[in-house]
Design a protein around this ligand. Structure first.
Ligand code: GCW
Length: 666
């Protein structure tokens, strides 16, 4: 049956001609003996992949025969073959077709077995996406060193903002029972180059650092290790009090420092290659160094000191906002930018892509490029907390691409967000659901996260295409249609939820569905009315010098551009400006008419997506086709709900008539 469990590693039989082409290049496998666990994983994947795609399993051979696939490192590469070893580093790989003693062979070459594993997955991807396997000449090295999933998984197996069932980490049965699913999780991540995973929620319980849980985490780490994935844990800042019985968790207290050192030593005894801690501190009620009058740097450096002898790192989150201190979008920058230069070398400050919270569209966070002395991580959300959960089909590749390529105009001149980060983290959308992510298409978001974290120069559209080819079909017409469907899906959700720079209009707490009218929450900066500020006079959040002046947190060139509506990208308009309803838009419409046109366009796009999905029916297995069709029906109803609720509400505020021809909201 096709239930999605195999994600993009399905390896179903290719069309006959393609089968022959693949088999011709993979008749045997040649590799070093004895093979490390990582090399064994690579060889096993190649056997499994080729067998699935062609019906023939390649045999392992000692000497290359014609059509051999050879996994080689500098120590085992055939003499006389020039390979770019110096450029490959610890993770990169090269794929080369060449003739060796008169025999056509393919080299998968890397400096390490991990590189060979990534190269093997790349070869399998090439085989499924129609590359000319007889003339391969590819090379790839990741530019961002740390590529992590962040699980917001609780120890009771609930998942914060999870829409795909329970946590896959079965803490009750671990460490003695190790679910085979962990291996498939590792394979899927390794196929993308994900090299770390934080197992537990940033809203962390101190228990995750107790001996029993460390033993459980160690068992998971043992499964993930051959696949090049390090285990990290979220740490609760008050753990020395909660677990250690100390009277304080003050980062400058010697007993607190000693406690963390001992804890780090204990962790590394259980998990020798432990990655480090992820920390949410003094944010949404979590404990932190400010509880003791200390700074984020004091707190991060405390943990960094404990991890440093072991080579571990701290990812310290910059997602902070306190009630009633002005513009919520400004607080991350305000608290962190002045600390640039004060963090220990093994601290990375982890910054969400935008300054508010994982909205369908946000301008890039002003901290990118603004802390030149501090390594930064980009945090993306793969789970769709604010984008319709797992029922709405929204391909996030374009959102990730948009932020990775955003030009911050900071030194070095013209640097993009991708060029300024040393780590990329994605809040996972994985659970016990058979399809892993709550819907078939949500797996594309896990896939796109990993692929773009490895190589931010890939286009979101190319990534969508290769995902479709591996996941659904290689039939060219269907591939084109589905790639197009995915490409427009993110713009659709922006249009039917929060067009033109609007943000945080979602229902309180759960964040599903429209609630732009809510204005009575206990904290002002949680209210949708706080964000849209609509009234008779107009709509939008003034973040220019006449308002909160958040624009001043950006590079001078951006600050100047964003201070004026004429030079602000229209997609960000109401994020930065409060404008009258009759403000003239690029289309020639008034702002009021444009807003409604965007909501209409979003609703119409979902109708098109349904038609596109219906058109590929013959190329998709019935079970998955029916499932996606049912989800799209829900999305169509909810897009209409969003459009109608927002149009009706904003009309009640603006008091303006609907433009001629507009469907009245129900
Ligand atoms: O997006 C918000 C979520 C919280 C989350 C928080 C954070 C883990 O609504 O559920 O908590 O952000 O990123 O810390």
């Amino acid at each position: 049956t096709e239930d999605g469990y195999d994600v993009w590693l399905r390896y179903r039989p290719l069309p006959a001609a393609a089968q022959a082409r693949v088999w011709a290049q993979a008749r045997s496998l040649v590799h070093a003996e004895p093979a490390s666990p990582t090399l064994q994983a690579a060889v096993a994947e190649l056997k499994r992949g080729v067998a699935g795609l062609t019906g023939h399993e390649p045999k392992v051979a000692r000497q290359p025969t014609a059509g051999a696939l050879m996994l080689v490192t500098p120590a085992t590469a055939p003499a006389g073959v020039a390979l770019p070893w110096g450029e490959l580093g610890a993770e990169g790989y090269a794929l080369r077709s060449l003739t060796l003693q008169g025999r056509a062979v393919t080299l998968i070459a890397a400096c390490t077995d991990r590189g060979l594993l990534y190269g093997s997955f790349a070869w399998l991807r090439a085989a499924q996406t129609g590359a000319d396997l007889a003339a391969l000449n590819q090379q790839s090295t990741p530019k961002v060193a740390l590529r992590l999933l962040n699980h917001w998984d609780n120890l009771d197996r609930t998942v914060e903002r999870g829409y795909a069932g329970a946590s896959i980490w079965d803490w009750w049965k671990l460490p003695d029972l190790v679910d085979a699913r962990y291996t498939d999780y590792a394979r899927a991540n390794a196929s993308l180059g994900v090299n770390g995973t934080v197992l537990n929620n940033v809203n962390a319980k101190a228990e995750s650092l107790t001996a029993p849980f460390l033993a459980k985490a160690a068992a998971v780490a043992n499964v993930l290790r051959p696949y090049g994935i390090k285990v990290w844990l979220s740490a609760r800042f008050s753990a020395p009090k909660d677990l250690g019985g100390l009277p304080t968790a003050d980062p400058l207290d010697p007993a607190v420092r000693a406690w963390w050192k001992a804890k780090a030593d204990e962790i590394y005894r259980a998990i020798p290659d432990f990655g480090g801690f992820l920390v949410k501190a003094n944010s949404e009620g979590q404990p932190g160094p400010q509880d003791y009058g200390r700074t984020h740097a004091d707190g991060a450096n405390l943990l960094a000191e404990a991890l440093r002898p072991h080579g571990g790192q701290v990812m310290w989150r910059a997602f902070v906002y306190a009630p009633d201190t002005g513009d919520r979008a400004m607080q991350g920058y305000a608290e962190f930018q002045p600390l640039d230069g004060r963090f220990a070398p093994n601290v990375i400050v982890q910054v969400k892509n935008g300054a508010v919270d994982f909205q369908p569209r946000e301008p890039f966070h002003p901290l990118f490029g603004a802390m030149p002395k501090t390594p930064l991580a980009l945090e993306l959300q793969i789970t769709k907390e604010y984008l319709g959960f797992s029922t709405h089909l929204v391909y996030l590749g374009p959102l990730f691409e948009e932020v990775l390529r955003a030009d911050t105009r900071r030194q070095p001149q013209g640097a993009t967000v991708a060029q300024q980060v040393t780590a990329i983290a994605g809040v996972a959308n994985i659970g016990t659901d058979r399809s892993w992510c709550g819907s078939q298409f949500d797996c594309a978001n896990w896939y796109a996260f990993g692929r773009l974290a490895w190589d931010a120069d890939l286009s979101a559209e190319a990534v969508a295409r290769e995902w479709v080819q591996q996941t659904f079909t290689t039939a060219p017409g269907a591939v084109r249609t589905l790639t197009a469907l995915m490409a427009t899906s993110r713009e659709a959700v922006v249009d039917y939820m929060t067009p033109l720079g609007l943000h945080h209009l979602m229902g309180t707490g759960h964040h599903h569905g429209p609630a732009p009218w809510v204005n009575d929450l206990e904290r002002a900066d949680w209210n949708p009315t706080y964000f849209h500020r609509a009234g008779r006079d107009g709509i939008g959040f003034d973040r220019t010098p006449t308002g909160s002046n958040a624009v001043a947190q950006y590079a001078p060139e951006w600050a100047a551009r964003l201070s004026r509506p004429e030079s602000t990208p229209e997609d960000w308009l109401l994020w930065f400006h409060h404008l009258p309803w009759d403000h003239r838009m690029a289309s020639g419409r008034t702002l009021w008419a444009e807003l409604i046109a965007r909501y209409d366009r979003g609703e119409a796009r979902v109708a098109e997506m349904r038609a596109q999905w219906a058109a590929v029916r013959a190329d998709i297995d019935p079970a998955r086709h029916a499932e996606v069709a049912a989800y799209l029906a829900v999305q169509a109803a909810e897009a209409r709900w969003w459009r109608d609720a927002c149009v009706a509400y904003f009309q009640s505020v603006s008091g303006l008539p609907l433009p001629a021809g507009t469907r009245p909201p129900e």
